[in-house]
Design a protein around this ligand. Structure first.
Ligand SMILES: [Zn+2]
Ligand SMILES: [Zn+2]
Length: 164
């Protein structure tokens, strides 16, 4: 005996009952509503009391309840439909978001955009000594302290001016 299989089967059967019940209740509710409305409007024309108007009062709640039962029964189908419908939207959004995400990913990798390669101008991680885009050296030898420091206006080791 497979308990999971039985549970699954029971679940499917419940869904089937929900679907059928929902459709029946919605159909009956729709018919009652229409009968009531027809009675109501024909009563207007004939000057009689709308004797079958109670059908609408009964039919409308049935439409609502039946609709809810249908929603429960068709939940998976609706979910699947909504998912399929929204996938292209997500893809489109993804294409627009991708560059922004790329920039965030660059920032997360430590590419603040400040450690630009002096040879090719592309950003590198703050710790990088050589450019990962062109292989060029990102550091310069400080003329005062002799340390290999990041290219910039001043030596970040001793504060000496690197560029005139
Ligand atoms: Zn470079
Ligand atoms: Zn220095």
């Amino acid at each position: 005996m497979n308990d999971n299989g039985n549970k699954h089967f029971g679940h499917e059967r419940t869904k089937k009952i929900l679907k059928i019940t929902g459709i029946i209740v919605v159909s009956a509710g729709a018919v009652l509503t229409i009968i009531g409305l027809v009675s109501f409007f024909s009563a207007f024309g004939g000057g009689e009391a709308p004797r079958l108007f109670w059908c609408t009062l009964l039919g409308l709640p049935m439409l609502g309840v039946g609709g809810m039962i249908c929603m429960l029964g068709f939940k998976r189908e609706i979910t699947r439909y909504v998912k399929n419908e929204s996938v292209p939207v997500i893809n489109e959004a993804g294409e627009e978001i991708a560059p922004a995400v790329g920039a965030i990913a660059d920032a997360a990798r430590g590419e603040s955009g400040e450690n630009l390669c002096p040879h090719c101008g592309k950003p590198n991680t703050d710790e990088a000594k050589f450019c990962r885009h062109c292989g060029g050296e990102l550091t310069v030898t400080c003329p005062v302290c002799g340390e290999k420091v990041k290219d910039g206006k001043f030596c970040d080791n001793c504060g000496a001016k690197l560029k005139q």
